[in-house]
Each structure stands twice: as structure tokens, then as C-alpha cells.
Design a protein around this ligand. Structure first.
Ligand code: ZN
Length: 326
């Protein structure tokens, strides 16, 4: 499965310092290239093909703190399921297929890809991959590692399906990140992505707030949100109960809705405060946030020679898919 990033050679296990024999997992050890002897450490159960999180560290912080809030299995919701199904349009059963997920975060979609019965290979640049490992460990059909989308240590043309959701806009070279996925698609295979859409009107508030918040760093932004959002929620809730003008004044408190029941999500107040902190952190902390236009994405797919291309607006902005010709 793995291919050396330096020479393309096959990687094999060179040393095992500790393992979980029952799960069949190496916890600490080393992979080594049979060709050039380049070594890749396995740390806390995960092969590490990059020395650091680089530009993605905000996601490492975010998804290790909020490692289960968007996990359907944990929240008993269909939030991730709906988005996954609507974006991919894939069949419920995919036994015998091999799926590559680029940018797994804490593994909300990894879980769903595994549910299809397919073999799933997944990675993230950030330490979110450790949250994904905690959430999905023990599955014999999952291969998980830490790597960059610009240097994926896998054999080419191996995958029936590739998906990359909630990721591309957070990469420094968005189109380059998309193009880097294509060599791994087998002929006839399908790639599915979503990416934020560039708005034509005024830029969203988050882009104006960011320059002021950036000096705080991810952890500082998180502390600020944790300090302000829960009391703001209580104030908004109290205002909302005041007859007549109450709800109108409450609407001015910019933390979103007091309930998500209209979306079929029944959070407790404490959960909803967490959802709001996560959502604000996700908006305010990424280093890169580069929305794209429909035309841009159409060109990516056409220039790559993909066929049966479909573009539509969806949950996360633009949803697109296409197939590599046979
Ligand atoms: Zn090598």
C-alpha cells in the first residue's frame, strides 16, 4: 500500500518497539523503504510521513478537543451521514472497493466510509489524525497515517474512490492539492470533493474578524470563545423569553440559533454551547481559507480529463465529482 516518497519503493516494517497484539497494531516502531532505506516513524499507532502539522495545526488543536461532537455514532445523529451521502451519492455497500480519504480530521466521514464495507485509506496533515485513530481504531479495513496532501505516500492508480471533504479550501495551493489526488485514482475510479464557494457580495464576517484574532493563535481564540459564547448563549436565551421585543433583541446576539431542532438535531444546552464554540473556532482559526468559484472547479475537472463531471451547490459550498476515463 505505502510507497516511499523519495524513491517510490515498497515500505516494510523495520522495527517494533511496542504493539497491541490483540488489535494487530504497531504502536511504536519504524517503517523502512526497501529501496533507499528511508525511515518513517510509527508513533502512537500512526505512521508519520511529515515532521510537523505545518499550516494545519489549528485543526490538530480543534479536532482533538472536539473529537466526538460531529461523530454520528457518538451523537446518535445523521449530520455527517447526510452530508456524506448527498455529496458522494455512493452506494451503501462497497465491499471489495478501496477508498482514499484525503484530510480525515477526527474521522467523522472515515467512520461512514468504513460502514460501506470498503477498505479505507485515510490521512491528515494535522494531529487530528490521532482523534480519527481513537474514533476508528481496531477496524481491520482501515489504514490511517499522517501525511501532506502534497506528498501522499501511496502507490498510484490504486483507488476505486477518492473523497476530500472540508479540506481543499484550507490548503495553501487549492488546485494543486486537488491535482495531487488524481494519480491515485484507478481508470474508471471516481473522485468527489467539496470546497467553499466564493461569495459575490460582501465577504463573510469571519474574513474581517480574522486579522484581529490571528495574533491570539488557535489556543487564544479558543479561550476567548470558551469565555464568551456560553454566557452569550444564556443572555440570548433569557432575552428570547421576554414577551414582545425579546426575540428581536435576542436575534442581535450573533451566536446563531438557540436550538437546532428544526434540523432534526436535539442538543442539550451544554452540547449546543460546544457546537457553537467548535463552529466559531472552525471559522476563525484556519491559516488558509480560500473559497473557489464554480468556474474554477469546473476547469479543474475538465483540465484533469475527468468525465461524467457533476457540479452542484451543497452543504459545504461546491460539491463536485468526476471519473477517470477507462
Ligand atoms: Zn525509498
Amino acid at each position: 500500500m505505502f510507497a516511499c516518497l523519495k524513491c517510490g519503493g515498497v515500505l516494510r516494517v523495520a522495527s517494533v518497539e511496542s504493539e497491541d497484539a490483540r488489535a494487530g497494531e504497531i504502536i511504536e516502531g519504524t517503517l523502512e523503504c526497501e529501496g533507499c532505506r528511508n525511515a518513517t516513524p510509527i508513533v502512537r499507532g500512526i505512521a508519520r510521513f511529515v515532521p510537523s502539522e505545518s499550516y494545519a495545526s489549528s485543526f490538530g488543536f480543534q479536532w482533538n478537543r472536539f473529537d466526538r461532537l460531529q461523530l454520528d455514532r457518538h451523537m446518535k445523529s445523521d449530520l455527517s451521514r447526510d452530508r456524506f451521502d448527498r455529496t458522494t451519492g455512493w452506494s451503501e455497500r462497497m465491499e471489495g472497493q478501496r477508498i482514499l480519504e484525503a484530510g480525515c480530521g477526527m474521522g467523522r466521514f472515515t467512520d461512514l466510509a468504513l460502514e460501506t464495507g470498503a477498505e479505507v485509506v485515510s490521512f491528515d496533515l494535522s494531529l487530528a489524525v490521532e482523534a480519527a485513530w481513537r474514533n476508528n481504531r481496531g477496524s481491520p479495513r482501515l489504514t490511517l497515517f499522517q501525511a501532506s496532501i502534497y506528498g501522499i505516500p501511496l502507490r498510484q492508480k490504486c483507488f476505486d474512490k477518492i473523497f476530500c471533504m472540508g479540506v481543499l479550501q484550507h490548503c495553501p495551493d487549492v488546485r494543486g492539492a486537488f491535482r495531487g489526488l488524481l494519480p491515485f485514482l484507478r481508470p474508471g475510479g471516481e473522485i468527489v470533493i467539496d470546497v467553499y464557494e466564493k461569495s459575490h457580495g460582501l465577504p463573510p464576517l469571519k474574513y474581517m474578524a480574522r486579522p484581529f484574532l490571528r495574533p491570539l493563535g488557535t489556543e487564544g481564540i479558543y479561550r476567548l470563545l470558551r469565555w464568551t459564547i456560553p454566557p452569550a448563549f444564556e443572555v440570548k436565551k433569557a432575552l428570547h423569553k421576554i414577551p414582545a421585543l425579546g426575540p428581536k433583541v435576542a436575534a442581535l446576539v450573533p451566536i446563531g440559533a438557540l436550538s437546532h431542532a428544526d434540523k432534526g438535531l436535539y442538543y442539550s444546552d451544554d452540547e449546543l454551547k460546544e457546537v457553537k464554540i467548535l463552529s466559531a473556532l472552525d471559522m476563525l482559526s484556519p491559516v488558509y481559507d480560500q473559497p473557489q468559484t464554480m468556474e474554477d472547479v469546473q476547469h479543474w475537472f475538465e483540465d484533469a480529463g475527468l468525465v461524467e463531471v457533476e457540479l452542484k451547490r451543497g452543504y459545504n459550498g461546491i460539491n463536485a465529482k468526476g471519473k477517470r476515463p477507462n
